[in-house]
Write a new protein. Sequence first.
Length: 451
Amino acid sequence: MSSNQVAETVASLMPRAKAELAELVAFKSVADFDQYPRSESEGAAAWIVDALRAEGFTDLALLDTPDGTQSVYGCLPGPEGARTVLLYAHYDVQPPLDEAAWITPPFELTERDGRWYGRGSADCKGGFIMHLLALRALKADGGIPVAVKIIVEGSEEQGTGGLERYAEQHPELLTADAIVIGDAGNFRVGLPTVTSTLRGMTLMRVQVDTLEGNLHSGQFGGAAPDALGALIRALDSLRAEDGSTTVDGLACDAAWDGLQYDEEQFRKDAKVLDGVGLIGSGTVADRIWARPAVTVLGIDCPPVVGATPSVQAAARALISLRVPPGVDAAEATKLLQAHLEAHTPWGARVRTEPIGQGQAFRADTTSPAYQAMADAMAVAYPGEEMQYAGQGGSIPLCNTLASLYPRAEILLIGLSEPEAQIHAVNESVSPEELERLSVAEALFLRNYAAS
C-alpha cells in the first residue's frame, strides 16, 4: 500500500471519525464521581469496547483499577513474528469549568471556524479516534503489519494512579516493543512534533486552622488570627517577586536546550491579556519544560455573594506542583510539605495531604522507533521535519511503562497543540491535525514493522 493510499483512506474516513468523536464527546466522563455520575464514565468505556470489537480486537476487557475507575484493554493479533505496538489514550476528561463561558455546549461536538469544539475533543478522546483511523487505513489495503495492544485509561486527568497500580500488579499485560502515547501534541498546528520530556507532578491539599469557629470581624478582627489570611501568606511564599516558583530546597534554574518557544507566540497561544506580563525568568521553554511550576488550583472560602463580616476559622487549598525530569516527585512532595509548614504564619495549624503524584519522563530519542516516526511524519507533513519538544503537563503512566518495560520504545504524539486549549473552556481539535497524525501513525506502524 502506498503512502498516498493511506492518506486517501484516512481522508475518506473523516466524516465517520467526526460522527464517532461526537458520540464519545457526549459522555460526561469526568472521573470525579462527586461531580459527575459514574454512569457517564462507564458509558464511555462501553462505547470504546464496542468500537474496538467492531475492529476485530480480542481479549477485550474493562479493567477495574485500584482507584475505582475502569480502563479498556484489547489486542489485535499481527502476523507471525511481528513486533507488538501498544497504543494509549484516555477517555476521561477535565470538568468543563464554567459552562456558561463555552460558546457551544461542552459535551456537544460543534464545528466552528474549521475546528471541532467539545470537552475531550483533543484531550484525549480525539487521540483514541486517531488510533482507530490509523488502524482502519492499514486494514483497508494490505493489513496491519504489527500486533497491536490498546489501553484507554479512565482516570488520567485525576492523577490518582489507578492504571499505573494495575499495570504494576499485572506486568505482563502491556508488554510491547514500542508504545505510542496519543496524549501529547504538535508544537503548533502543521509542525509535526514528538514530545521527548514530560514534567512530573504532585497534587496536595493544605488545610489551615486558627480558631474554633468564625468570629465577628468587627468585634475580634485585628487580633484574632484569620485562617484565610494565613493560607494566602503561605501560598504567596511559593512564588518569588517575578512569579518564579520558590519551594525551599527545590532547584528552579535548569535550562532547556531544544526547540525554543518564542515569547510573543507564547503570549498569543496562552491568550495573555494586553499589558499583563509573563511570570518567571529564563526562556519560555526553560519555564514550562525544564523548571518546576506551582499552581493554586482552588481555594475553599466563602464566595463574595453571601459573605458575612467574619474572621475565618479555617481555609483550604488544592495545589499542583509540576516537576521537571531529574527531580523525584516524591522528594518534591516532601519539600512542598515542609515549605508550607515552615511558611504558614502566626503559629496557625497547618495540615498537608498529598493526593496524587507522577514522575517526570524523558524519552530515548535515539531509538529506531523515532526514526520510523520521523520518516512517517515527513510524509504526512510534506516539507516539515519532525521536531522534539517538551511538555509541561504530566502523563504518570509513562514512567510506569518505562520502568516495567525498559526495552520498549516510547513515543508521545497527539492532538493537543496550543490552539486546542485543552483543560480550558472551548477546547477544540483541528480535523486537519487529526487527519495528518492518523496518516503519520499508520505509516509509522508500517515503517516500524519493516525496520
